[in-house]
Design a protein around this ligand. Structure first.
Ligand SMILES: [Zn+2]
Length: 203
């Protein structure tokens, strides 16, 4: 304790030492600022490369996406609709990163944490209506906030009725059947109710 007190006294009586300490602090802050600037520059460059290496959505496709997001919002998934409207950057084709990795499905893909959502031609071709597009976008909304496949598939399957995506209207839809199969693969526990078609416990 005594020694510490003496050191403090020496510093107070030594302006040159105080100036040196202040200079060291200034250099440290400058280095941290430069490091953060370089990191920000690299992350921004990476994000921009994802955006510019993919096609933009056509106006009519963008209108379909907006209608689907409105449906998500009106169905009570306000947080997911907010993320899709305000976080997601929608693109109409693969960016360089998606092109380099295996695709999860033919409809859409999300690059987390960059919030780049790629909508493939099948998203517009095989969906019967805005409800099916909403179901796919609700899945991608989960990826926007970092959730994995298991959570995204099971969340949509458990909440599909709220969207109006029901078995009586969509059982013959290609999207319905594919999403059911993929959900069954990642979350088999939802399909153990023998008294329902496909053992689907959500029915
Ligand atoms: Zn997914």
């Amino acid at each position: 304790m005594k020694q510490k007190s003496n050191t403090g006294a020496r510093r107070a009586n030594n302006p040159a030492g105080a100036v040196r300490a202040s200079g060291r602090t200034g250099r440290f802050v400058r280095r941290i600022t430069i490091c953060l600037g370089v990191i920000l520059f690299c992350v921004s460059g990476f994000y921009l490369s994802l955006i510019v290496s993919a096609d933009d959505l056509r106006a009519e496709d963008r209108a379909q996406v907006e209608r689907a997001i409105t449906l998500i919002d009106k169905s009570g998934f306000t947080a997911e609709a907010f993320y899709l409207r305000n976080l997601a950057a929608f693109r109409g084709g693969d960016n360089w990163l998606n092109a380099a990795v295996a695709k999860e499905n033919a409809y859409a893909a999300t690059n987390f944490p960059f919030a780049v959502v790629t909508l493939y031609p099948d998203f517009f071709t095989y969906t019967l209506d805005d409800t099916e597009r909403a179901a796919i976008l609700l899945h991608e909304a989960k990826h926007l906030t970092g959730f994995d496949e298991r959570h995204a598939y099971s969340f949509v399957w458990q909440n599909k009725k709220a969207l109006g995506w029901t078995i009586d209207r969509y059982r013959d839809s290609v999207v319905w059947q594919e999403v059911r199969n993929q959900t069954m693969e990642v979350e088999p526990n939802l399909f153990v109710c023998d008294f329902n078609e496909f053992g689907d416990c959500t029915e």
